[in-house]
Design a protein around this ligand. Structure first.
Ligand code: SAM
Length: 241
């Protein structure tokens, strides 16, 4: 029996994203197109020639570390939220974060590549990544090789239908003044994030219980009503991002 080998990898970049905590981050890339994130290349990888040719590609594979799960033990069987937390699946049949190697993989659309002094950034759309996520590799997405039109999606054949989201008058007013002050699309970001109904499965039938999601320097208060999810208030913390 061949024994497994341990490898050591070097972080090449870090993600700056609007998601400052795990709760509320979409479960896969592309579900919240309004997400803003930027991949900053770290020294010694912050050199322009290392990206030569990438401008010809629209998407990249980002290989990253679930750095906020490293301390937690992996499990052979996990409860995918998609199955309401009721059924267990083998961890290798899921995209769960608690894995023998806490490595994640996301296909992200390149918005633009730019320099800021010695710093090099790749702005990305639709990320499902926490602010501060360590990146260990990036690769161009190759449509001729990566698109599998006959692929089967197992217990997750398509994305879940979005929930109905509404804003209170107060929250609408607070979002508009935030957008004016910080120049960020907060309203559409909140709507797209909460449409995913980030409630843990065991709370998915509860109503009138407040939840909070942190986006940039805001804390979004929302709750579930019978037929919709209602954003009640937006608190703005000191500008951290
Ligand atoms: N698309 C990737 C994949 O398939 O490997 C990630 C899928 S995983 C289900 C997405 C979740 O990972 C997010 O909803 C968020 O809760 C969590 N996450 C994102 N960045 C993380 C980080 N740096 N550390 C720990 N968890 C993270």
């Amino acid at each position: 029996m061949t024994s497994s080998t341990t490898f050591e990898f070097t972080q090449i970049g870090v993600i700056h994203s609007c998601y400052t905590e795990k709760f509320g981050i979409p479960r896969q890339p592309g579900l919240v197109e309004e997400t803003t994130a930027s991949l900053e290349l770290l020294p010694p990888f912050n050199r322009e020639d290392i990206l030569d040719g990438l401008e010809g590609f629209s998407h990249i594979w980002v290989h990253f570390v679930f750095h906020k799960c490293i301390q937690e033990k992996w499990k052979a069987k996990v409860r995918p939220p998609r199955l309401g937390g009721k059924e267990k699946m083998g961890v290798f049949a899921t995209r769960a974060t608690h894995r023998p190697n806490p490595i994640g993989l996301s296909v992200l659309k390149i918005d633009k590549i730019h320099k800021h002094g010695k710093k090099i950034f790749i702005d990305l759309q639709g990320a499902d990544l926490l602010d501060g996520t360590p990146v260990i590799d990036i690769k161009p997405y190759l449509p001729y090789a990566d698109i599998k039109t006959d692929a089967l999606g197992g217990f997750a054949p398509e994305k879940s239908a979005p929930s109905q989201v509404e804003f209170s008058e107060l929250a609408t007013h607070q979002a508009i003044s935030y957008e004016k002050k910080f120049g960020r699309n907060l309203l559409s970001l909140i709507k797209q994030v909460i449409e995913q109904d980030p409630r843990p499965s065991y709370l998915s039938n509860t109503t009138d219980r407040h939840h909070g999601i942190k986006l940039w320097n805001t804390n979004i208060k929302w709750l579930a009503k019978e037929d919709r999810l209602l954003v009640t208030e937006i608190e703005v913390e000191d500008d951290v991002c």
